[in-house]
Structure formats: structure tokens, C-alpha cells
Write a protein that binds this ligand. Structure first.
Ligand code: NAD
Ligand code: AKB
Length: 315
């Protein structure tokens, strides 16, 4: 085992639930320590520690207790919740990252820090948004991600800390529910379809956003974290692309399986957030530097989501 023990911070969230299980399958349950504000499903199959990431002392205790060598720092306040509580979102997103980066400097840890398509704002090119170009996000979440990317690069350049990062699109999964983002509709819609209930979408029908199936997101994360250091050429955050679609296109893909599925549109404040984000992403650097390629398109993802949720709901 070359990775040493691994700490997942924010392990109970949408991504953490699946990433923790995947890491445990690869490295053994005891080598992957889940942590979050309170125990939940991730506590069932391996070590779990209660951790508020704003508590740097507790973080240090856990790192020493388990001889941690790698950290996946997933704890954050997402875009929609962040707009309702901007100062709290800034405190958690930046304060948490600083505690992780400082611990990484002190204990020589390898770190994964997820950024987001929210790093881009209205002045970025909206189609095939390039890796380099204007960022200028208009949400507190996006501001915290851009700042986080730059601080990650700073810790690499100044202290040699091995921090790796991806700008995730909206992630779609059946295992866990999303936690307060603008792309959440693309998960909620599948639950309604399988339960054969109508769905009310909080975005306009023509709102195109970059999205990715969870399997691809986890695979990209592990590919980047396991890549030889010389292949990791960007130390801010890599653009990452899976698919792009609108709520109308997703509804049509679901209707191929559930012809009677009803969708209404009632855009709310999240429409303004979505309108400031890219429609599709150019991830040439990730493909070139460490061999990234997504596996799931809209049709494959839709079939997989519906199949898995039917099993989950016994339908
Ligand atoms: P989530 O909201 O589902 O989960 C976040 C977890 O962090 C929760 O379990 C929460 O309890 C925990 N948390 C919150 N505050 C904490 C604190 N102070 N200390 C410790 N834990 C705390 O989020 P997610 O969707 O799993 O996202 C994980 C990461 O990936 C975040 O950094 C997010 O910005 C990023 N990301 C997610 C998506 C997506 O579509 N899910 C897209 C882009 C980027
Ligand atoms: C959100 O909508 O806030 C997240 C993200 C794209 O970062 N899903």
C-alpha cells in the first residue's frame, strides 16, 4: 500500500458517500477514514470521526491518530445555499480549505480539493469554456472556488504541497442526494420520474449546463490523484467535461422510458446562478495530461439512473 491512510472530509455528502465507498473497495475499509459533522451511512463500513473542518486542532488529532497521508477535502457549502448564507459559505469554504492546506504543509499530505464550473462567471466563453480565460464568478461559492484554486497553487509553488483539483460539472448520482446546488434538479427529476410523480423544475427549460455521471466523476478524481506528479501540469484546477444538456432535453430522455412524465417550469433565484455559468466545457488539458475521457452520455446516464432508482424504490 503506497497511498497510506486516507481521510475523506465531508464524507456524508453526495460525492463523499460514493467516493468513500470506492476508496474503501480499493484500499480496504480500515484505511479510509470518513469524517463529517455527524455520523451517517459512511460510518457503517469503516472508521468514522466527527469533524467540523473549521476545527484545525481536531483535524490534526485525526491526522496523527490514523497516520493520514492523503486527504479528500469535500466539505463545502454549495452554490444555492451559499447565496442564502454568503458569509457562512465563505467561512466554511475558505476556512476549511486553509485548515486542510496548513495540515498538508505540516504533515506532508497529498490533497484533493474539488473546484467547480462555478469558478466561471458571465465573462467566460459560454460554449466549450477554455481552461484559461476570464473567471470573475458572481456567486460567493464561485468566488470561494477561484480563491481556493489559487491558494492551492500557492501552497504547491511556495511549500511543495501536492494539491490536485478538478472543476466538477453538476454531478448526477442515484446513491445520495445533492446538497444545495444549482444543478440539483438533474438528480431530483429522476426520483420523481421513477415514483411516477410530476416534477417542477427550478430552472428554465432551455438552461444548458455541464453535467457528469457520478461514476465518471469518481473515476476522474482517482485518475488525477494516481497520476504521476510529472503528468499534473496545472496546479489551480483542471476543467472536466462529461455531457451538457437542458432540462427540456433531460425530460425528453426520461420520457423515452416514461412517456407520461410531466415536467413544469418555475424558475427561481437559481436561474440567475445558472445563467452566469458555462454551457459546456473544454477539458483538453485533462485529456492530454493524464488521459481523461468520460464514459457516460445523456442516454447512458439516463438509463443507468432509472435502472438503479427502480431497484432502490422496488419498482
Ligand atoms: P454535499 O453538500 O452533498 O456534501 C458536503 C458535505 O460536507 C456534507 O455531508 C456536509 O455535512 C459536510 N460539511 C459541511 N460543512 C462542514 C464542516 N464545517 N465540516 C465538516 N463537514 C462539513 O456536497 P457534494 O455535492 O458532495 O460536494 C463535495 C465537493 O464537491 C464540494 O466541495 C463541492 O463544492 C464540490 N462540487 C460538487 C459538485 C456536485 O455537483 N455535487 C459539483 C462541483 C463541485
Ligand atoms: C452546484 O450546483 O452548486 C454544484 C456545482 C456545479 O458546483 N453542483
Amino acid at each position: 500500500m503506497t497511498t497510506g491512510n486516507i481521510l475523506v472530509i465531508g464524507a456524508n455528502g453526495q460525492i463523499g458517500t460514493v467516493l468513500t465507498e470506492t476508496l474503501r473497495n480499493a484500499h480496504g475499509n480500515d484505511r479510509v477514514i470518513a469524517s463529517d459533522l455527524a455520523p451517517a451511512a459512511t460510518a457503517a463500513h469503516g472508521p468514522f470521526e466527527t469533524l467540523d473542518i473549521l476545527n484545525a486542532v481536531r483535524l490534526g488529532e485525526i491526522i496523527r491518530q490514523y497516520d493520514i497521508r492523503q486527504v479528500y477535502h469535500l466539505a463545502a457549502i454549495l452554490s444555492a445555499t451559499g447565496e442564502q448564507h454568503p458569509q457562512w459559505a465563505w467561512d466554511v469554504n475558505m476556512g476549511g480549505l486553509f485548515n486542510v492546506l496548513e495540515a498538508a504543509r505540516e504533515y506532508r499530505l497529498k490533497v484533493f480539493f474539488p473546484s467547480s464550473i462555478a469558478s466561471f462567471g458571465p465573462f467566460a466563453e459560454r460554449q466549450n469554456t477554455p481552461q484559461h480565460g476570464p473567471l470573475e464568478p458572481t456567486t460567493v461559492y464561485g468566488i470561494s472556488k477561484v480563491a481556493g484554486e489559487l491558494w492551492s497553487q500557492y501552497y504547491f509553488l511556495r511549500y511543495g504541497v501536492d494539491v490536485r483539483s478538478l472543476r466538477y460539472p453538476g454531478i448526477i448520482s442515484y446513491q445520495s442526494m445533492p446538497g444545495g446546488g444549482t444543478t440539483d434538479y438533474a438528480v431530483e427529476i429522476f426520483h420523481k420520474a421513477v415514483l411516477e410523480e410530476p416534477f417542477t423544475c427550478f430552472l428554465r427549460d432551455d438552461t444548458r449546463l455541464p453535467m457528469m455521471y457520478m461514476d465518471d466523476a469518481v473515476r476522474a478524481t482517482l485518475l488525477l490523484m494516481e497520476a504521476p506528479a510529472e503528468q499534473v501540469k496545472l496546479h489551480t484546477s483542471y476543467n472536466l467535461s462529461g455531457m451538457s444538456f437542458t432540462p427540456a432535453e433531460l425530460s425528453a430522455a426520461i420520457r423515452a422510458h416514461y412517456p407520461g412524465f410531466e415536467v413544469q417550469y418555475q424558475p427561481d433565484f437559481r436561474q440567475g446562478i445558472a445563467d452566469s455559468w458555462p454551457e459546456s466545457i473544454d477539458d483538453t488539458d485533462a485529456r492530454h495530461d493524464w488521459g481523461w475521457a468520460p464514459s457516460f452520455d445523456l442516454q447512458a446516464m439516463t438509463l443507468e439512473m432509472l435502472t438503479r432508482l427502480r431497484e432502490k424504490y422496488g419498482r
